[in-house]
Ligand binder design. Structure first.
Ligand code: NAP
Length: 351
C-alpha cells in the first residue's frame, strides 16, 4: 500500500512507545539492527548536542563531564535516541555511511563517506556503546555508536568540504537560523538578534548583508566578554550587553542606542523567559523568529496579546531548503566568523 510505504519512509515503524506515531513524538524508538531496506546506517563519531539541551545537562551536572556523560548515556539507553526529556530538543551527529538499504533513495552514495545529519537527534534511532570525551565549549560529545536515518531524513555529505568537522557540526546544528534570517531581513530593516552565540552570529551576518546601507543590526547578549568578541566581527551596528530574561531593563538599554523598535527580532538565546523581551523589542507589524528551543508558545502568544502587538510570531524551523549551504557560506565567506567558531574548539583544548 502506498501510504504504508510513505509512513515507513518517515520512520513510523521504529516508534515503540507509543506505537503508530512519528519517531519525534515517540518516547522510545527502536534503535536495533538490522536496518530496513529503505533505511541507511551510519557509524557515529560525535554528537553536537543542541544548546538548550546541553545547557540543561551542564546545569544539572554542575559542569562535570562524567555526570553529563552518564546522563546522555541514560537518555539514549532509555529512549533509543538523544531526546532530552526536559528541553525536548536534540542536536546532530557526525559519522560515516556504513550500509545503504537496497531500497534507499540514493544508491550512488559511497560507503565510508563522512556525513553530518540535518535531522534532529530527537528523530534519529541512536545506539551508544560509549562516550569517549566531551567538549564543554562546543557541545560536542565524542562517541562510539551507530545511528539510522530514514528514506526521507536529510543529511549532508562533507567529504569535499575542507573545514574542520567540529566547526561544520556547530554550524550545521543551527543552519536553520541564518536561512530564516536571510529570508526575512530586508533592506532598511532594523534587526535585533537576541543571544550572541552560534546561531546569533550566523543570523546577524545574514541580516547585516541584507539590511544595509540604510538598515541596522543589533546583537543583544548577556556577558561583557561576548560584547568585545562580537564587536570585533563587524556584523552588527552595535553589540549591547543586557539580560534578555529582564524585558524592561533590556528595552531601556537598547533604547540608549536606537530609538526605533525592530522590524525583525531573532531569538537565538538558549534560556527560558526571553519571549517578552523579544515581543517588547518588536514594532507593530514586525516579526519575531523564535529559533530558541527554550521558547514557550504560551508565553509568546499571551505576551503579544497582553501588549496588544500586531506582530507575526514565527517558529524557527530547523529545516529550510539549502540551509546547509547558506550556513556553510557564512564561514567560507567570512574569515572572522570562521575563527569565532574555530576559537570555541581551541578554547576547550587550551584549558
Ligand atoms: P549558543 O551558541 O549557546 O548561544 C546562546 C547565546 O545566548 C549565548 O551567547 C548566551 O550567552 C546567550 N544568552 C543566554 N542567556 C541570555 C540572556 N539572558 N540574555 C541574553 N543572551 C543570553 O546557542 P546556539 O547553538 O546558537 O542555539 C541557540 C538556540 O537555538 C538554543 O535555544 C538552541 O536550542 C536553539 N536551536 C534551535 C534549532 C531549531 O531548529 N529551531 C536548532 C538548533 C538549535 P552566554 O554564552 O553568556 O550564556
Amino acid at each position: 500500500m502506498v501510504l504504508e510505504k510513505e509512513l515507513e519512509y518517515l520512520g513510523i515503524h521504529r516508534s515503540l512507545d507509543p506505537k503508530g506515531v512519528l519517531p519525534q513524538a515517540a518516547y522510545k524508538i527502536d534503535n536495533s539492527l538490522p536496518i530496513k531496506d529503505s533505511e541507511i546506517l551510519f557509524e557515529v563519531n560525535s554528537l553536537n548536542i543542541d544548546s538548550a539541551s546541553f545547557y540543561q545537562l551542564k546545569n544539572i551536572s554542575n559542569n562535570n563531564k562524567q555526570l553529563i556523560k552518564q546522563e546522555i548515556l541514560k537518555i539514549v539507553k532509555e529512549r533509543g535516541k538523544m531526546h532530552n526529556p526536559i528541553t525536548n530538543s536534540g542536536g546532530v551527529f557526525l559519522g560515516k555511511i556504513k550500509q545503504i538499504g537496497k531500497d534507499y533513495k540514493n544508491q550512488n552514495l559511497k560507503l565510508n563517506s563522512k556525513v553530518i545529519s540535518l535531522t534532529s537527534l530527537t528523530y534519529t534511532p541512536l545506539y551508544l556503546e560509549d562516550i569517549t570525551d566531551i567538549n564543554i565549549e562546543t557541545n560536542t560529545v565524542y562517541v562510539k555508536g551507530y545511528a539510522i536515518l530514514f528514506y526521507n531524513s536529510p543529511f549532508t555529505v562533507i567529504d569535499d568540504i575542507n573545514i574542520e568537522e567540529e566547526v561544520l557540526m556547530m554550524v550545521l546544528d543551527v543552519a536553520g537560523a541564518p536561512a530564516y534570517s536571510a529570508k526575512y531581513s530586508q533592506i532598511g530593516d532594523t534587526v535585533i538578534i537576541l543571544g550572541g552565540g552560534k546561531s546569533g552570529v550566523l543570523s546577524a551576518y545574514q541580516a547585516y548583508l541584507r539590511v544595509k546601507p540604510s538598515g541596522k543590526v543589533f546583537i543583544i547578549t548577556k556577558e561583557k566578554y561576548e560584547v568585545e568578541i562580537l564587536t570585533e566581527l563587524n556584523i552588527a551596528d552595535k553589540v549591547i550587553q543586557a539580560d534578555a530574561t529582564k524585558p524592561i531593563e533590556t528595552l531601556k538599554e537598547y533604547l540608549k542606542y536606537n530609538n526605533e523598535l525592530a522590524d525583525l527580532v531573532i531569538n537565538c538565546t538558549n534560556v527560558s523567559n526571553t519571549e517578552t523581551t523579544s515581543i517588547l523589542l518588536t514594532k507593530d507589524q514586525g516579526r519575531v523568529i523564535f529559533f530558541s528551543m527554550a521558547t514557550s508558545f504560551t508565553q509568546a502568544a499571551l505576551q503579544a496579546e497582553g501588549l496588544a502587538k500586531n506582530i507575526q510570531l514565527i517558529i524557527g524551523n530547523g529545516y529550510f531548503p539549502n540551509h546547509d549551504k547558506i550556513a556553510i557560506d557564512c564561514i567560507v565567506k567570512n574569515n572572522k566568523i570562521y575563527n569565532f567558531f574555530k576559537n570555541k574548539i581551541n578554547y576547550e583544548k587550551n584549558k
